[in-house]
Write a protein that binds this ligand. Structure first.
Ligand SMILES: NC(=O)c1ccc[n+]([C@@H]2O[C@H](COP(=O)([O-])OP(=O)(O)OC[C@H]3O[C@@H](n4cnc5c(N)ncnc54)[C@H](O)[C@@H]3O)[C@@H](O)[C@H]2O)c1
Length: 245
């Protein structure tokens, strides 16, 4: 068991990669996994199968709700060991057609949502002198993509923020680590509506010759969440079948 005695929070935990991370953490013996999402219904269904997953309705853009949630976690456990900033959205369009609203929405969830969650939880990690923060980036955050100016800016932004946090949170010797995972193209509800020719093209560009599965990402996140990565911080782990080398 890789996560024994750890209290974990996973945002965007209702489906896709986030759900798989929550279930993987639960199977790896976490004390409790808070699967947080705006969309509570799918979580309520799968969380019932585990004693150690708690489905929590939470919008990462709602700072007041986050603060209230963290107070509850603090009162119950006095600690958060692992935060996975996974919630994310896309609103794709070529730059000349991208609305300000779509720009702002993606910034708010993918970038400010990560700031909101991390800012609320780090004081508790500092109290306990340890913690692991993992934020979901993307190969688009390192290499860009047509029609994803907003998304690429957020996914590149979290990598930069994470490098700063790796230095900032450990200033007084605290064992608080911050890392990113950058998935390639993964089979989830987020990618299911992409045109088949785009998926075929991406698969053909991927040395391992397939799309990734949520489990591929969850296993990378598990490593960074666990003590097996206790000397790894400020890094971005690409889990992309070799798409970006
Ligand atoms: N699927 C891919 O190919 C891929 C590739 C690279 C990176 N990613 C990143 O991985 C993460 C998960 O992607 P996925 O494919 O599982 O997506 P998904 O759309 O299947 O799931 C995202 C989840 O986030 C939740 N969410 C959205 N806005 C939220 C908010 N404001 N507050 C709380 N929850 C919110 C949604 O309800 C949903 O359950 C995202 O950050 C995404 O950008 C995905």
């Amino acid at each position: 068991m890789m996560l024994t005695n750890k209290v974990c929070i996973v945002t965007g935990g209702a489906q896709g990669i986030g759900r798989c991370i929550a279930e993987t953490f639960a199977k790896q013996g976490a004390t409790l996994v808070y699967a947080c999402d705006m969309n509570i219904e799918p979580m309520a269904e799968f969380a019932d199968d585990y004693d150690n997953i708690e489905a929590t309705q939470l919008n990462v853009c709602d700072r007041e709700a986050i603060s209230h949630f963290i107070e509850t976690v603090k009162a119950k456990h006095g600690r958060v060991d692992v935060l996975v900033n996974n919630a994310g959205i896309t609103r794709d369009n070529l730059l000349d057609r991208m609305s300000e609203q779509d720009w702002d929405m993606v910034m708010n969830v993918n970038l400010k949502g990560v700031f909101n969650m991390t800012q609320a939880i780090v004081p508790l990690m500092l109290d306990n002198n340890q913690g692991s923060i993992i934020t979901m980036s993307s190969v688009v955050g390192t290499d860009g993509n047509i029609g994803q100016s907003n998304y690429a800016a957020t996914k590149g932004g979290v990598i930069a923020m994470t490098k700063g946090w790796a230095k900032e949170f450990s200033r007084k010797g605290a064992q608080i680590r911050a890392n990113c995972v950058a998935p390639g193209f993964i089979e989830t509800p987020m990618t299911k509506d992409l045109p088949q020719k785009v998926l075929d093209y991406m698969t053909s560009k991927t040395p391992l010759g397939r799309m990734g599965k949520p489990e591929d990402i969850a296993n990378g996140v598990l490593f960074l969440a666990s003590d097996y990565s206790s000397f790894v911080t400020g890094q971005t782990l690409k889990v992309d079948g070799g798409l970006v080398i």
